[in-house]
Design a protein around this ligand. Structure first.
Ligand code: NAP
Ligand code: GDP
Length: 324
């Protein structure tokens, strides 16, 4: 791939390199060989440095002296973890982001790509949502702390540009899933939690318990597609303003439709229950990928059914080592 990253060797540090999206980027770079000459890749986990700690953050940046950073590390979780732990989604993410962005600035990192989420947009809004609408009103109550912390990344990026000319930007992701996701039933995002629940229900001969009505809609996007698009953003996307990386509005499905795909992939024949005593969260957060399409009109997203099938296969094959 052509690159606009500038001359000379590039050391690209990926914070959160051991997570869902970090592993997807690693797969694209190492297994698919999407590597530009002169690039050196460093994938960090929390074992390399606790980014909540400014001293450890400085030490890991001084050790690797990156020229570019893909900043993924965050306190991440599904709807029900947010509802239990809202305050720490704010405090931890504010600290991690401030440590990473300031250290990148102090050590002269020329570009940072951070991750926002489509759940941070205003709850009361017109649809589809686009990149210009992030700060237009309060986010949904269920994850207001994570949302405010993520919104601040956009504010920080603009401030680092205004004050120091730094080209730090952000991508906005919808619901991402794939191999290496967190499949924990209590804390995980919906698809990974439901893949694990379905696998267990089949093994134990019990019903599958879906939380909520099944009616909310989501734009599920395969992690390997996101890995490829984040590489594109690092190498080609030159704006400070964020960009939505997601399947289009036409690919939005209900939770119920996604459940049907999981059930088919895992060949589950038991009863499916919808527990409407559990929150539905946001009913929808339909985001437009028109800006992305203007830049990369030909990018082909993996069809949802195929991506769910591949994720189920990965989960079954890697059950013993997967995050459950
Ligand atoms: P993930 O699978 O939960 O991985 C989180 C990563 O962050 C792990 O590598 C973890 O390291 C690291 N981390 C967490 N706390 C840390 C700390 N205190 N110090 C250092 N590292 C720490 O998350 P993901 O789904 O890949 O998400 C990546 C980014 O995309 C996040 O910024 C998230 O907000 C954003 N995003 C994700 C989605 C989604 O649907 N998954 C949607 C929108 C936006 P360990 O493995 O060592 O714990
Ligand atoms: P969100 O997209 O940010 O709201 O977060 P999630 O990925 O956790 O998805 C939450 C949506 O999936 C809500 O509508 C839930 O009611 C629904 N859902 C159904 N079953 C589950 C489950 O087992 N776990 C989770 N996290 N969500 C579920």
């Amino acid at each position: 791939m052509d690159s606009q990253l500038g001359p000379g060797p590039r050391r690209i540090l990926v914070t959160g390199g051991s997570g869902l999206i970090g592993k997807a980027i690693e797969h694209v770079v190492i297994k698919e060989g999407d590597k530009v000459d002169g690039e050196e890749w460093i994938f960090l986990s929390s074992k390399d440095a606790n980014l909540l700690d400014v001293v450890q953050t400085r030490a890991v940046f001084e050790k690797h002296r990156p020229t570019h950073v893909i900043h993924l590390a965050a306190k991440v979780g599904g709807l029900y973890l947010h509802m239990r732990d809202n305050l720490y989604f704010l405090r931890d993410n504010l600290r991690i982001n401030d440590n990473v962005l300031q250290m990148a600035h102090e050590l002269g990192v020329t570009k940072v790509v951070s991750c926002l989420s489509s759940c941070i947009f205003p709850d009361k809004t017109s649809y589809p949502i686009d990149e210009t609408m992030i700060h237009n009103g309060p986010p949904h109550d269920s994850n207001f702390c994570y949302s405010h912390a993520k919104r601040m990344i956009d504010v920080q990026n603009r401030a680092y540009f205004q004050q120091y000319g730094r080209r730090y930007t952000a991508v906005i992701l919808a619901n991402v899933f794939g191999p290496h996701d967190n499949f924990n039933i209590e804390n995980g995002h919906v698809l990974s939690a439901l893949i694990n629940k379905t696998y267990k229900a089949k093994k134990e001969g019990t019903a599958l318990n879906v939380w909520g009505s099944g009616n909310p809609q989501r734009q599920f996007t395969y992690s390997l597609d996101i890995g490829r698009l984040i590489l594109w953003a690092l190498r080609e996307y030159d704006e400070i303003d964020p960009i939505i990386l997601s399947v289009g509005e036409q690919d939005e499905v209900t939770i119920k439709e996604a459940v049907e795909m999981i059930v088919e992939s895992l060949d589950f024949k038991g009863e499916i229950l919808f527990d409407t005593s559990m929150s539905d969260g946001q009913m929808k957060k339909t985001a437009s990928n028109a800006k992305l399409r203007r830049y990369v009109p030909d990018f082909v997203f993996t069809p949802l059914k195929e991506a769910i099938q591949r994720t189920c296969e990965w989960f079954v094959e890697n059950y013993d080592s997967a995050r459950t």
